[in-house]
Design a protein around this ligand. Structure first.
Ligand SMILES: Nc1ncnc2c1ncn2[C@@H]1O[C@H](COP(=O)(O)OP(=O)(O)O)[C@@H](O)[C@H]1O
Ligand SMILES: [Mg+2]
Length: 236
């Protein structure tokens, strides 16, 4: 099943001589349970693409579909972008952005609390994520007591707690060493496969490319399939 589909996205910042074409006829799809890595040099349009897929911004042309239904088309959102983001898309950023005065479990429950009192099933799902991400014995700890890897795993649990159709992650392993980075991606893959989420991860981290199901590369706003062999880190 296709979770995410983007058709012919175009996005230009500025105009005239200063115009920057950040997305140039970009099309892609991500299936349920698939974890796709997105590579490309700085300034190639990766964050712009994630913003347009996650309804933080709108491409001037093209269409974004989630579970087969359009959510954005030709510079307009089809339905309330806040609702779509909150209920159907999980976001993970380079920094975990945890709430410092809430403990680990409450940080994970936060997206559910924004919707009202979490149901018993929802709380059980949150606890299951904490266990799978090896955070269970930290659940009542302050987030300031966590390591970088643990903080990023809390951010993953928070992104997954609403059972989103799609998870968008922008360099989630940038602050982690290679082993922690790979662990985080493999955990994400495991959970995405079980729960059927589609996952798109921007990464510069050539040490962990083998953890992805498939790779794409952005260059100057254009997207193409990438061969891991062309991007792998040199062997030590
Ligand atoms: N808000 C903006 N206003 C103008 N230009 C922007 C803006 N955001 C990004 N750009 C430009 O668009 C291009 C793609 O940027 P970005 O999507 O951030 O790339 P990446 O995430 O791959 O580093 C770059 O040339 C960048 O300078
Ligand atoms: Mg970026």
């Amino acid at each position: 099943m296709t979770r995410l589909q983007a058709i012919d996205l175009e996005k230009t910042y500025g105009s005239g001589a200063l115009a920057v074409r950040a997305l140039d006829h970009v099309s892609l799809s991500v299936d349920a349970g698939e974890v796709v890595g997105l590579l490309g040099p700085s300034g190639s349009g990766k964050s712009t693409l994630l913003s347009c897929l996650g309804l933080l911004d709108a491409a001037q042309h093209g269409e974004v579909l989630l579970d087969g239904a359009p959510i954005a088309k030709d510079g307009r959102f089809v339905s309330d972008p806040t609702e779509v983001r909150r209920r159907r898309i999980g976001f993970v950023f380079q920094r975990a952005n945890l709430v410092p005065f809430l403990d680990v479990r409450e940080n994970v429950l936060l997206p559910l609390r924004l919707e009202g009192l979490p149901s018993r099933a929802a709380r059980e799902h949150a606890d299951a994520l904490l266990k799978r991400l090896d955070l269970w014995d930290r659940r009542s700890h302050s987030t300031s007591a966590l390591s970088g890897g643990q903080r990023q795993r809390v951010a993953l649990a928070r992104a997954l707690v609403t059972r989103p159709a799609l998870v968008l992650a922008d360099e989630p392993t940038a602050a982690l060493d290679a082993a922690r980075g790979r662990e985080a991606i493999l955990a994400l893959k495991d959970i995405a496969r079980d729960e059927g989420a589609g996952v798109l991860v921007v990464t510069h981290d050539t040490r962990i490319l083998d953890a992805f199901d498939r790779l794409l590369v952005m260059e100057d706003g254009r997207l193409s399939a990438a061969d891991p062999k062309d991007h792998a880190a040199p062997a030590h």
